[in-house]
Ligand binder design. Structure first.
Ligand SMILES: Cc1cc2nc3c(=O)[nH]c(=O)nc-3n(C[C@H](O)[C@H](O)[C@H](O)COP(=O)(O)OP(=O)(O)OC[C@H]3O[C@@H](n4cnc5c(N)ncnc54)[C@H](O)[C@@H]3O)c2cc1C
Ligand SMILES: CC(C)=CCC/C(C)=C/CC/C(C)=C/CSC[C@H](N)C(=O)O
Length: 475
């Protein structure tokens, strides 16, 4: 093995950047100096909001039971978990509830079969099949295999079917699989709206991830999901630099005494502009002007500006008494639902609304003495006072958080390269397939392995074909 690199820079301390620091430390050992640049808060899109002394998840909130990297972090870093799901769900089309869950399991089964036949069961099997194939990544990564592009990674998991999903809309994918318009409109589109704030025109792969996000057994980290980022940072023994990276320059000349330092990272901290030289750089933030504003200088061929459009989502936290008549024409004293999803209807100004528990409560949100709960609404635009008064009989507060949340999906997806230059890697290229905490952790592990193998010239560990067959016989 070649001597390890001297210095590595990671830009962005969200779940992608902090898990990259963790995996890079595992691969390159204790001597490499890792600098992690962050211009905002550690956690990035994993963030909480504190209201009347209670903390709530404002960004990434739920984790799937089969998200094995996230599970592993919790175990290795001594964190605790909370169960996230619970409560009854309804689906409103703006006039009426087209589906309403009952607290009786058997009643729900009868209702689902009555309204949609066996399509919910078929859909469950379809998602399970995608997840089964998706989980091959853990085996590949535990054997240290890496991929140089998102397409190669997806192809190794699910062959041409997975690439096809990236290139077709979710609607086309499910229509082709024989699902009815009514079922897609009333059950599947509402799940896309709560999870990705988008219609059935997203790509089929992110559609499958979105449906996995409606499975049972979802969980979260006690104290807030962002805790995993600060713990990963600590465990990786990286150096956090609070500053905004402005540009990355490919160095023109060899640095005296160390010919390998290829990149100069220039950043702003307070009113000062500083810079440092690095052997390897990992970019762990979406590269577009609104989200990171990083330019690349002196690269040949040049690294062009990135234009991936990110969907704006507003999360509004409202403490109040919901007005059931805004979702249902039937007059009800008490709706009895804790989450209301909505169908794709241009008259609706929210994507979803649901009661939230604090990051320290296990699934048992309690109303205040006057019967008010804390609700979280997702909407494409800021809610106006009139809209809030339509949704609520009365409310104590309404506090909003804006996000450039996830890519605006528009298949066929053209994913950016993971390798931007010799030793310059882009983790968030992965978001073109699907944006989720686990996807960032997978991208981070992949980039750490890729950087390690390319540093050591292990080309046989990159983009191996037929890995599934090859690893079948390995213990
Ligand atoms: C409202 C919402 C709900 C979500 N719900 C879920 C969910 O329930 N489950 C799930 O799995 N996923 C969910 N997601 C998606 C998930 O949160 C993201 O996919 C994931 O957190 C992305 O992590 P990341 O580290 O790749 O990027 P980010 O978290 O965006 O991290 C990038 C970091 O880079 C920093 N940065 C940017 N530019 C610079 C610069 N020039 N210099 C220095 N630092 C810079 C940013 O400040 C940021 O901290 C949700 C997202 C949102 C917004
Ligand atoms: C990556 C895999 C296989 C599974 C991840 C499934 C998952 C947890 C998807 C959720 C994706 C997402 C962007 C959800 C946003 S909204 C979350 C929640 N409903 C909320 O109300 O905050």
């Amino acid at each position: 093995l070649r001597a390890p690199p001297d210095r590595i820079a990671i830009i962005g301390a969200g779940i992608g950047g902090t898990s990259a620091a963790y995996y890079l430390r595992q691969k390159f050992g204790k001597d490499v100096k890792i600098d992690l640049f962050e211009r905002g808060e550690v956690g990035g899109r994993l963030a909480t909001i504190t209201l009347q002394g209670q903390e709530y998840e404002a960004g990434g909130s739920v984790i799937h039971p089969l998200n094995l990297h996230m599970k592993r972090f919790v175990k290795d870093l001594g964190l605790s978990t909370l169960q996230s799901s619970g409560g009854l769900i309804g689906v409103s089309n703006g006039d009426t509830l087209v589906f309403e869950e009952s607290s009786w399991f058997i009643i729900n089964i009868i209702k689902l079969i009555w309204q949609y036949g066996f399509q919910p069961l078929r859909m469950h099997m379809w998602v399970e099949d995608v997840l089964d194939k998706f989980m091959r990544i853990y085996r590949y990564q535990s054997h240290d295999y890496a991929f140089s592009s998102v397409e190669n990674l997806l192809h190794s998991l699910g062959g041409d079917d997975f690439l096809g999903m990236l290139n077709r809309t979710f609607l086309e994918t499910l229509q082709k699989a024989g699902f009815s318009e009514k079922f897609l409109d009333e059950m599947i589109a509402p799940i896309n709206r709560v999870n990705y704030g988008q219609s059935m025109d997203i790509n089929g792969f992110v559609g499958a991830v979105s449906l996995a996000g409606a499975d049972s057994g979802l969980w979260a980290i006690e104290g807030g999901n962002k805790l995993v980022c600060s713990r990963l940072l600590q465990a990786s023994k990286s150096n956090l630099i609070s500053g905004s990276v402005m540009y990355i320059e490919k160095t023109r000349t060899k640095q005296t005494g160390n010919p390998t330092k290829m990149y100069q990272v220039v950043y702003q901290t307070g009113s000062e502009t500083r810079s440092d030289f690095y052997d390897i750089v990992l970019v762990a933030t979406p590269l577009n002007r609104k989200m990171s504003n990083i330019t690349f200088l002196n690269f040949d061929p040049p690294i062009e500006e990135f234009h991936q459009h990110y969907q704006q989502i507003v999360a509004t936290f409202i403490k109040g008494k919901l007005n059931s008549s805004s979702f249902n024409s039937r007059a009800l004293d008490e709706l009895g639902l804790s989450t209301i999803l909505t169908t794709d209807n241009s008259h609706l100004f929210i994507n979803s609304i649901g009661i939230v528990s604090s990051v320290r409560e296990n699934n048992n949100a309690q109303p205040s003495t006057d019967g008010a709960f804390v609700w979280k609404a997702f909407s494409p635009e800021t809610l106006t006072k009139e809209q809030l008064l339509k949704l609520f009989l009365s409310y104590e507060y309404a506090v909003k958080q804006h996000w450039h949340a996830y890519p605006h999906y528009k298949p066929p997806e053209k994913c950016s390269s993971i390798i931007l230059h010799d030793r310059l890697y882009y983790l968030n290229a992965m978001e073109c397939a699907a944006s989720a905490m686990e996807m960032s952790a997978i991208a981070a592990h992949n980039a750490a392995l890729l950087a390690y193998h390319r540093w050591n010239g292990h080309t046989d560990m990159i983009d191996q074909e037929d890995l599934y067959e090859k690893l079948k016989t390995e213990l």
